[in-house]
Write a protein that binds this ligand. Structure first.
Ligand code: AMP
Ligand code: ZN
Length: 143
């Protein structure tokens, strides 16, 4: 895609701090470095977000996540954990519309990263939970 910043990075039209590359993916340091080593893994094929993946592309990209995660862990043995995040669409904080996976190493509770999972368990009866699960399951089967 001509007007995509990550396509331009993949094509070496703009610089990046490359971590890994093969025929399917490109990995490079996120410029903001939420924590040291914060890396983005992107498919070379331009897809906007998770909703555009097919199983083959998903296999190619997600199979490489552990490779980069393990490299980070070896490079920085002080890593104590890692958040792996994939934002899809503006509402979900996506700001670059070429799909990418964030690998954010965690060093301590005080590092500059946070995530909040609200708990709304009390809002749903077991019948409602079952209904929601079935509604999704039906679509998984049909996909
Ligand atoms: P998201 O908000 O999930 O779409 O993430 C996009 C990420 O791309 C942000 O964390 C940015 O810091 C990062 N980013 C944008 N432009 C560049 C660039 N030229 N080089 C490296 N990272 C970038
Ligand atoms: Zn792109």
């Amino acid at each position: 895609m001509t007007d995509c910043i990550f396509c331009k990075i993949i094509n070496q039209e703009i610089p990046s701090y490359k971590v890994y590359e093969d025929d399917k993916v490109y990995a490079f340091l996120d410029i903001t470095q939420v924590t040291k080593g914060h890396t983005l893994l992107v498919p070379k094929k331009h897809v906007t977000d998770i909703f555009e993946y097919d199983p083959a592309l998903a296999g190619e990209v997600f199979a490489r996540v552990p490779k980069v995660a393990q490299a980070l862990e070896k490079a920085f043995p002080e890593i104590e954990g890692m958040n792996i995040i994939n934002n899809n669409k503006e509402l979900a904080y996506q700001s670059v519309f070429h799909s990418h996976i964030h690998l954010i190493p965690r060093y301590s509770k005080e590092d500059d990263f946070s995530i909040h999972f609200g708990n709304h368990q009390e809002d749903y009866s077991s019948e409602q939970m079952q209904e929601i699960a079935e509604k999704i399951a039906k679509q998984v089967t049909n996909a």
